[in-house]
Design a protein around this ligand. Structure first.
Ligand code: ANZ
Ligand code: ZN
Length: 817
C-alpha cells in the first residue's frame, strides 16, 4: 500500500497538539537545551524554500536531542514589523497590520504542516503592543545610561524605501540591503544606540563562542580594531590644532601634507579667501556620495587645498592642508597626516597633485613601485633611523607622550547603531519634544506609546506618523505644556535583538521578559539561521544581551553559544529568483509527497552548511525510500509487541543474517548519532538508506532480532521524518508516541569493535563445526562457547572427553571416547 502521508501526517499532528507533546516545562531547566531558529519575517504568506531549509533540519536536530533526554525548548515567532508590509500596503491599500496578521496565520499553518516541534504556547509576534512596549522600555534604559542619543550626522538614505538605513544595511556595493537601490548620504538628526561602548568586548568574546569562523571574522572586521596614535598638529599662524589618527606614527617624518575630511569642522575656519570658493564647491560635490564611493580604490583621487598650513611636530616643517573625499569624518578624528612614502592612497594623491614624497622606511633592494608598506629600517627619520617598524612605533609614541603632543590610541571601525526609521510600520520612539524642557523621555508607566492604526502611510519623504496629529500632539510629561512626539519608528533589528528572551513567557506583564526563566534558559544553546545576518542581527543581539547583563537582567555574556548557518538551495546551479523563474515552491511538492519526504529530501541533498541543488529526480528517490520503509513496517505489524527484543545480544550467538543485521544496525546507530549531532543530515539519511538495504534479509532473522532492528530503525527515522517515525513505531506495536516518551538506543559497542575469527572445531579429527567468535579470547571463554554450541553438543554429549588442544584463533581439537 502506498504510504498515505496525508492521513498519517494529519493524524500525528493532531495527536501532538492534543497531548501538548511539545510543551516544554520551563520550570525545570536541568538538561535544558534551547534550540532557536531565526524567526520568520511574515512579508509573504508562504514559507519559501529557505524557511523550510532553516526550520525542517533544525527541527530534526532538536527532535534528536529530545529523544536523547534533553529538555528541549524550540519556540517560534514572527518578526512582524518592517518595510515590506508597508510597501505592500502602498501598492495595494491593504493595511500592514491586516496583511501581516494574515501572513502569520498562513505561516503558522505551514509550520504545523511541516510537523515542527514548536511549543506553541511560546509563540510571539513583534507587532503587538505587548511586545513593542518592551522595545520602548529597552530604549529608555539605554537612554538613561547615555547609550541612546540623538545627533545630526551624515547618514545613509535609501531613496526608494524613503528611509535612513544603518551602516550594516548598506551592502558592500553601496546598495540598500532590502531593495538594491543605490544609497545616498543625507545630513539628518537621528537616534543612535551606542554599540561602540561594547566594541572591545564584542571583539574579545568572539573567542569564547562556537560560531562559524567566517562569521567571527566578519564581525571582527566589522568592529575593525586599529591600534595607533593620536597626534596633535598646530595650524600655522593660529591657535587651532588638528588631531589626526594614524596606525603608523613611525612614519611621522614622512608626513608631507595633511588631509581633512571635507565635513571637518575646521575646514571653514582655516580655508583662506583665495581657496574658499573651490573648497566650498568641493564640499558641496561630495555631499551625496557614500562612504563606499569615497573610499573606492579604483576611483581617481580628488581633493583641493585649503590654503592653510600645519606644522609637523617632529621637525617643525610646514605642510599644506588639503581636503579630500578619501578621508572620512566618521573614522578616527576625521583628519590624517599624509605619508605618501608608505601609504598607497597618499602616494596616489601626492603624485596626482605634485606633493612631495619622503620615504621613511627603506624598501628592499629590488623594490619597484610607489608606497612601500612593508617592514624595514627607518630612514630620513632622525632619532628613529635604523629601527624597524614596531620598534620605531614604540619609540615615537613614548617621545610624543613625553612631549604631550600625542598618545597611543585604539580606534574601531564600528559605528553607533542608527535606529530611527522614517517609516510607519514599526515601534514608535518613546520621546517627546517640549518647548520648555526639550527632549523628554516618555515615563515608563506611560508605555506603550501605541502605534496608531489609521495612518496615511504613503511615502512623501517624511515619517508617516508626522501627519497624524492626534499622535504627534501631546503634553510634556515634565511640565504639562504642549509638546510633540518623535514621529520616527525603530529599526526592526531592535525587535529581533532580544526576542529569544521573550519566548520564555510572551505574556509576561511585569517586565521585558521573565528574568528567572531567562537565567535558567539562556544563553541559547544552538542558534540556526542565515549567514547574511553576520554583522547585523547577530551583532546587535550580542550588544543588547550584554547591555541587559550590565543592568542586571541576564547573567550570561553571550546570547548564542553555538551558531550554525544553513547553506542555500539552488536550482540547476543558480540562485533561485523570481526573475529567473527558477523558484521551487515547497507547496507543489508537499501536496505530492508530504512534509516528511520534503524535509528529508532537503536534508539529503547536500551538507547542511553548504546547501545543495534542487532536483525533481532527487525527491523521487527519497519518496521511494519512504515507501519502502512504510511497506516493510506494514508487513511487520505488532512484531515488537509479540516478540520484544532484549537490549543487547551476544553477536556470536546469532546466525549469519542476524549477525550482519545486528552489526549494521549498531554501526548505523553510532554513525547516525555523530552525523546528526554535527548537522550532517545528508550522511545520516544515507546511513539509514544503507541500513534499509541490509534489511532485505530480515526474514532470515528470528522475530526478536527483527524487532531489535526495526525498533531501532523507527527511532532513527523519527527525528528526520517525524510522522513516519511515529507511524512505524506504532505499527510494530510499540507504545505510542516516540516523542511523548523520548528514548534512544545506544549502540552496542561490543558489536562494533570486536574483530572476529572463525574457529574450526575438530572432533576426533573431523571438522564438525565452524564458530565465529571474538579474536584473542581466553581459552576458558573459548571453551565455554564451544561446548555451548548445539552441533558440538550433539557430538560430545554423553561421551568422555579425553583430550582438548586449542590452537588460538584457529582450531579447537577435541578427542572423545
Ligand atoms: C599615516 C599613515 C602612514 C597611515 C602609513 C597608514 C599608513 P586603519 O588600519 O583602517 O585603522 N586614516 C585615519 N583616519 C582616517 C579617516 N578618517 N579617513 C580615511 N583614512 C583615515 O587605518 C588607519 C590609517 O588610515 C591611518 O594611519 C590613516 O593613515 C588613515 F604608512 O596615517 B595612516
Ligand atoms: Zn516640558
Amino acid at each position: 500500500m502506498k504510504y498515505p502521508f496525508e492521513e498519517i501526517e494529519k493524524k500525528w499532528q493532531n495527536y501532538w497538539e492534543e497531548k501538548k507533546v511539545y510543551k516544554t516545562n520551563l520550570l525545570d531547566s536541568s538538561n535544558k537545551l534551547y534550540c532557536l531558529v531565526m524567526l520568520p519575517y511574515p512579508s509573504a504568506a508562504k514559507m519559501h524554500i529557505g524557511h523550510w531549509y532553516n526550520y525542517g533540519p533544525t527541527d530534526s536536530w532538536a527532535r534528536f536531542k529530545k529523544l536523547n533526554g534533553y529538555n528541549v525548548f524550540e519556540p517560534m515567532g514572527y518578526d512582524a514589523f518592517g518595510l515590506p508590509a508597508e510597501n505592500y500596503a502602498i501598492k495595494t491599500g491593504i493595511h500592514p497590520q491586516d496583511s501581516t496578521l494574515k501572513n502569520i496565520a498562513d505561516i503558522r499553518e505551514m509550520l504545523k504542516r511541516m510537523g515542527g516541534m514548536y511549543d506553541w504556547d511560546a509563540e510571539l509576534m513583534t507587532c503587538v503592543p505587548e511586545y513593542y512596549k518592551w522595545n520602548q522600555w529597552l530604549f529608555l534604559q539605554l537612554y538613561k545610561r547615555g547609550l541612546a542619543y540623538r545627533k545630526n550626522a551624515p547618514v545613509n538614505w535609501c531613496p526608494n524605501d524613503q528611509t535612513v538605513l544603518a551602516r550594516e544595511q548598506v551592502l558592500s556595493d553601496g546598495t540598500c540591503e532590502r531593495c538594491g537601490t543605490v544609497v545616498i548620504q543625507k545630513n539628518l538628526t537621528q537616534w543612535f544606540f551606542k554599540i561602540t561602548d561594547y566594541a572591545e568586548e564584542l571583539l574579545e568574546y568572539l573567542d569564547k563562542i562556537d560560531w562559524p569562523e567566517k562569521t567571527k571574522v566578519m564581525q571582527q572586521n566589522w568592529i575593525g580594531k586599529s591600534i595607533g596614535a593620536e597626534v596633535k598638529f598646530k595650524v600655522d599662524g593660529s591657535d587651532d590644532v588638528i588631531y589626526i589618527f594614524t596606525t603608523r606614527p613611525d612614519t611621522l617624518f614622512g608626513a608631507t601634507y595633511m588631509v581633512l575630511a571635507p565635513e571637518h569642522p575646521l575646514v571653514e575656519k582655516i580655508t583662506t579667501d583665495e581657496h574658499r570658493k573651490e573648497v566650498e564647491e568641493y564640499v558641496e560635490s561630495i555631499k551625496t556620495m557614500t562612504e563606499i564611493d569615497r573610499t573606492s580604490t579604483v576611483k581617481e583621487k580628488t581633493g583641493v587645498p585649503t590654503g592653510a598650513f600645519a606644522v609637523n611636530p617632529v621637525n617643525g616643517k610646514k605642510i599644506p592642508i588639503w581636503i579630500a573625499d578619501y578621508v572620512l569624518m566618521t573614522y578616527g578624528t576625521g583628519a590624517i597626516m599624509a605619508v605618501p612614502g608608505e601609504d598607497e592612497r597618499d602616494w596616489e594623491f601626492a603624485v596626482k597633485f605634485n606633493l612631495p614624497i619622503i620615504r621613511t622606511v627603506k624598501p628592499p633592494e629590488n623594490f619597484e613601485g610607489g608606497a612601500y608598506t612593508g617592514d624595514g629600517p627607518a630612514i630620513n627619520s632622525d632619532f628613529l633611523d635604523g629601527l624597524y617598524v614596531e620598534d620605531a612605533k614604540k619609540k615615537i609614541i613614548s617621545w610624543l607622550e613625553e612631549k604631550g603632543i600625542g598618545k597611543k590610541t585604539v580606534n574601531y571601525r564600528l559605528r553607533d547603531w542608527l535606529i530611527s526609521r522614517q517609516r510607519y510600520w514599526g515601534t514608535p520612539i518613546p520621546i517627546i519634544y517640549c518647548e520648555n524642557c526639550g527632549e523628554v523621555p516618555v515615563p515608563e508607566d506611560q508605555l506603550p506609546v501605541i502605534l496608531p492604526y489609521e495612518v496615511d502611510f504613503k511615502p512623501e519623504g517624511g515619517s508617516p506618523l508626522a501627519s497624524k496629529e492626534d499622535f504627534v500632539n501631546t503634553t510634556c510629561p515634565k511640565c504639562g505644556a504642549k509638546a510633540k512626539r518623535d514621529v520616527d519608528t525603530m529599526d526592526t533589528f531592535v525587535d529581533s535583538s532580544w526576542y529569544f528572551l521573550r519566548y520564555l513567557n510572551p505574556n509576561f506583564n511585569d517586565g521585558m521578559f521573565d528574568v528567572d526563566l531567562a537565567n535558567k534558559w539562556t544563553p541559547v544553546d544552538v542558534y540556526v539561521g542565515g549567514a547574511e545576518h553576520a554583522v547585523m542581527h547577530l551583532l546587535y543581539a550580542r550588544f543588547i544581551y550584554k547591555f541587559l547583563r550590565d543592568i542586571g537582567l541576564v547573567k550570561g555574556d553571550e546570547p548564542f553559544l553555538r551558531l550554525i548557518h544553513q547553506g542555500t538551495i539552488t536550482n540547476m546551479g543558480a540562485k533561485m529568483s523570481k526573475s529567473k523563474g527558477n523558484v521551487v515552491d515547497p507547496n507543489d511538492f508537499l501536496v505530492q509527497y508530504g512534509s516528511d519526504v520534503f524535509r528529508m529530501y532537503l536534508m539529503f541533498m547536500g551538507p547542511y552548511e553548504l546547501g545543495g541543488d534542487w532536483s525533481d529526480q532527487g525527491i523521487v528517490g527519497v519518496d521511494r525510500f519512504v515507501q519502502r520503509i512504510y511497506s516493510l513496517f506494514e508487513q511487520k505489524k505488532n512484531i515488537a509487541a509479540e516478540n520484544p527484543a532484549k537490549e543487547e545480544y551476544n553477536l556470536f550467538s546469532l546466525n549469519e543474517a542476524e549477525k550482519n543485521i545486528y552489526r549494521k544496525v549498531n554501526q548505523t546507530l553510532k554513525k547516525f548519532e555523530t552525523e546528526i549531532e554535527n548537522f550532517r543530515f545528508n550522511t545520516a539519511v544515507a546511513a539509514l538508506m544503507e541500513l534499509l538495504n541490509e534489511f532485505k534479509n530480515i526474514d532470515l532473522c528470528s522475530k526478536e532480532i527483527q524487532t531489535y532492528a526495526l525498533e531501532r530503525f523507527a527511532l532513527m527515522i523519527s527525528p528526520l521524518a517525524p510522522h513516519l517515525g511515529e507511524e512505524c513505531w506504532q505499527l510494530i506495536g510499540k507504545e505510542k508516541s516516540i516523542f511523548e516518551n523520548p528514548q534512544w538506543f545506544k549502540a552496542d559497542e561490543d558489536a562494533l569493535t570486536v574483530e572476529s575469527v572463525t574457529l574450526a572445531i575438530q572432533i576426533n579429527g573431523k571438522l564438525r563445526a565452524k564458530l565465529e567468535m571474538p579474536v584473542d579470547l581466553s581459552e576458558s571463554e573459548v571453551k565455554k562457547i564451544v561446548f555451548n554450541d548445539k552441533k558440538v553438543k550433539s557430538y560430545v554429549d554423553g561421551k568422555q572427553i579425553i583430550k582438548e588442544i586449542y590452537v588460538p584463533n584457529k582450531i579447537y581439537n577435541i578427542v572423545v571416547k
